[in-house]
Design a protein around this ligand. Structure first.
Ligand SMILES: C[S@@+](CC[C@H](N)C(=O)[O-])C[C@H]1O[C@@H](n2cnc3c(N)ncnc32)[C@H](O)[C@@H]1O
Length: 218
């Protein structure tokens, strides 16, 4: 996993960012703080942040669900794009990483737009279903072996015409290498073939970041 989009040379990645909208300074600061962590590559890259912000604006989204928040970069990029009326519900299990997230959400003045729910995401999604919650957009970016379970719940939580986006679906290219047989790679391959054949959604697999699969809910 890396934060630059898969297959882009460092030069082209640099050029892409030079012709993209400027990154919010708190997002830049959050990337720098996350760089100090061994798990830094779990964070989405800036071009993916721009792309998801663009998608939310194109959809006219107000309510967003995130499964896997880490230090809060994707949640912050989305909260900034949604504007003052928007709400992001975030699911994560890790208190240390989400403390960094909260600090930066506050710094950017969007903490009131974000509802962080700490605990295993399957339980949180079931709770949201019980609450009758509805979302315009869901971003799945947590443990890979639960992707299909998150997807099934998101299909019930996202309104028709809304979008589910699943991250890391090209998995650094490992999905295309049959010698790779670890459990995460197998889970992502299974996710990819399952959603490709699912007529409840319109699917587009995009090579942004580490592969971002977009699923338009019918
Ligand atoms: C790839 S990171 C998310 C990156 C984040 N979207 C960003 O752009 O910075 C995956 C996150 O999923 C969380 N996670 C893993 N298993 C989980 C579970 N069962 N329930 C909720 N969160 C989980 C991890 O704690 C980690 O923070």
């Amino acid at each position: 996993m890396s934060r630059a989009s898969i297959g882009l040379s460092p030069e082209l990645s640099h050029y892409l960012l030079s012709v993209s909208p400027p990154e919010h300074p708190v997002l830049t600061g959050l990337r720098e703080v996350t760089d100090e962590l061994d798990e830094r590559n779990m964070q989405i890259g800036p071009e993916q942040g721009h792309f998801m912000a663009f998608l939310l604006q194109a959809l006219g989204a107000r309510k967003v669900l995130e499964v896997g928040t880490f230090t809060g970069y994707s949640a912050l990029a989305m909260a900034l794009a949604l504007g003052a009326e928007g709400r992001v519900t975030c699911c994560d299990v890790n208190e240390k990483w989400t403390a960094i997230a909260r600090e930066h959400w506050t710094k950017a003045g969007v903490e009131s737009r974000i509802d962080l729910r700490l605990g295993p995401a399957l339980g949180t999604l079931d709770q949201l279903l019980d609450e009758g919650a509805e979302f315009d957009f869901a971003f799945i970016d947590a443990d890979k072996q639960n992707y299909l379970k998150y997807y099934e719940r998101c299909l019930r939580l996202v309104r028709p015409g809304g979008v589910i986006a699943a991250d890391n679906t090209l998995w650094s290219g490992k999905v295309a290498d049959q010698r790779e047989v670890d459990e995460d790679t197998i889970a992502i391959r299974h996710f990819n073939t399952t959603v490709a054949a699912d007529n409840r959604v319109v699917v587009s697999v995009t090579p942004i970041g580490d592969g971002l699969t977009l699923l338009l809910v019918q």
